[in-house]
Write a protein of this length. Structure first.
Ligand SMILES: Cc1cc2nc3c(=O)[nH]c(=O)nc-3n(C[C@H](O)[C@H](O)[C@H](O)COP(=O)(O)OP(=O)(O)OC[C@H]3O[C@@H](n4cnc5c(N)ncnc54)[C@H](O)[C@@H]3O)c2cc1C
Length: 119
């Protein structure tokens, strides 16, 4: 057996308790991975090149598939408390302003939410 196969055979990816894990980059992916490892008991350090984590843009939409992952990390209540539940997506004609279609989102579980930057 070569080294790579030995490594895979001896690594329990479901048990990260006590492991020291470095995550490079404190963006959405890095922070989510860091929380997932921490929930499994790992000692996680996040290394971010930016001097401060600040808001970029006016807000962010979290689709149900993304919310499912965040729910699994125990963030369901935080998402519900902070976000606005989307009612529909309505593509519009850029010239006339006419609504082209309406996709109802009210039945989405978990909810399709928008999070806006505090003013
Ligand atoms: C204008 C805009 C609007 C968007 N709106 C949405 C939205 O509404 N909903 C949605 O789901 N997605 C949205 N996205 C996409 C979403 O922002 C990205 O998919 C997501 O941020 C990617 O996450 P990431 O962790 O891979 O990268 P990032 O969030 O970019 O994080 C990477 C981090 O790594 C750091 N880094 C890079 N190199 C190093 C290094 N060498 N050492 C240390 N740190 C380093 C960077 O400074 C950064 O903080 C939007 C994107 C843009 C540009």
């Amino acid at each position: 057996m070569n080294a790579a196969k030995r490594s895979i055979a001896t690594t329990d990816h479901n048990n990260n308790a006590g492991r020291k894990i470095a995550v490079i980059g404190g963006g959405l992916g890095g922070l989510t991975a860091a929380l997932a490892f921490a929930r499994q008991g790992a000692e996680v350090s996040v290394y971010e090149q930016a001097a401060a984590l600040t808001e970029v843009g006016a807000g962010i939409q979290i689709t149900p598939n993304g919310a499912r992952a965040l729910d699994a990390l125990g963030l369901a209540d935080a998402l519900s408390a902070k976000g606005l539940r989307a009612q529909a997506v309505m593509p519009m004609d850029g010239l006339s302003g006419a609504t082209i279609a309406r996709f109802d989102l009210t039945a989405q579980v978990p909810a399709y939410r928008f999070f806006t930057a505090p003013r």
